[in-house]
Write a protein that binds this ligand. Sequence first.
Ligand code: WQD
Length: 339
Amino acid sequence: MKVLVTGGTGFIGSHTCVELLEKGHDVVIIDNLVNSSPKVVDRIRAITGRDVTFYKEDVRNRKALDEIFEKHDIGCAIHFAGLKAVGESVRMPLEYYDNNLNSTITLCETMRDHNCKNIIFSSSATVYDSANKVPLKETDLTGNCTNPYGWTKYMSEQIMRDTAFADEEWSVTLLRYFNPIGAHPSGLIGEDPRGIPNNLMPYISQVAVGRLDHLNVFGNDYDTPDGTGVRDYIHVVDLAAGHVAAIDYMEDHKGENVFNLGTGIGYSVLDMVHSFERVNNIKIPYEIAPRRAGDLATTYSSPQKSAEVLGWKAKYNLDDMCRDSWNWQSKNPMGYDTE
Ligand code: WQD
């Protein structure tokens, strides 16, 4: 199948393109490169030995999208493109609502008008109401999001849900990611956030490679085994495989389908630090800092539905994730800007 991957040069998008190509699909990427490097396209070609079509465009550009759908027989779209920094979304809500919602609406309108009604959406565990008990299940309450970024994921899900309700020809698959980390084992693609990383693993990796002095552990007084935050970390290659499984499922299933992509295992911040140190034989200096506003103590998934319905299960463990993250960072100390 020819798959349109919006945001395909991003962290998760690029890894998904590799999996799609290796499973025999053809890939067309649309990405405005606001948060990623054009070098990723050649890295995807190098890993897979296959060509990929790339358009440097904004998904809100209806004319550009029309040209892509006129030129290519797109069977399905996987929609990653979007701004995704929680803190930034609190400071810049209008940019987040404009970018994330108008890209979703423009993409769905264009797909409808070109009679392509299969979409897989990059959603997030952040759509779950924090009042839910863990492990989080797909039927749990969503909403009451704590930041504009989370609301844009919640609202995008609703836009697609209503689109599927209005036209039974649509197949809408909502994939709710937990905490994607790691990198492709080749070390050619990986996580390369702009500026100081917000997320734990890229921060640890940049401490390890000497770009940052030490890790600040945001609180060690949570109600968790060692007092630090617990999350469901999932290897980005496992996550990418989940998207390929979703394409296979989508071909025979119309309507709205929701799946958690997580391991179902919660690891603490210090679990991650200790695993990274042991697997890579590197010391990660850290200091205990105040809690970060908005952080939950513990969150992790029930991946049971994805296993039973998609036939997908995460294969990699925390050591694998730490090993592959370091392999990427050590080979690309400055990310894609490494000359
Ligand atoms: C993980 C743990 C922090 C950084 C976020 C988004 C979520 C999703 C995944 C997009 C927490 C602690 C972190 C640091 C630390 N993104 N931490 N020091 O917050 O679970 O989820 O990324 O969909 O929407 O909210 O991930 O990696 O930021 O934090 O101690 O420098 O690491 O307190 O316990 P989070 P994270």
